[in-house]
Write a protein of this length. Sequence first.
Length: 137
Amino acid sequence: MMALLSMNAVARQDSTGASVWNGVYTDEQARRGELAYRQSCVNCHGPELEGADMTPPLTGGAFTANWNDLTLGDLFERIRATMPLDKPGTLSRQQNADLVAFLLKANQWPAGAAELSRELGALKQIRIQSSKPDQKP
């Protein structure tokens, strides 16, 4: 039953355009992402994801403004190709997806029932929207 509901939710997201407001990751995945963040990202981006000097913040208005209307695929690829700065490309696809889930949670986008994909094609279908879209009846 849960699988059927998840499939229906995915189909609905595909037809209306999924966004970060659709609950596209799980809390468990975000927890794994936080562990990966603490191991690989905290030295540059800070313990509160606040950034420093030349390192951008990963939460708040500056982050959401920079990524607004791009896709999670764009964010995933940026992390995959350039992070961590001292060893780019060394994190697994799963670790990158988990990190994206952690960033979604840290920016207060809602969690859902299914994990965020680690496949770029699926991630390219999910828009980053800084503001919650109006609900249609």
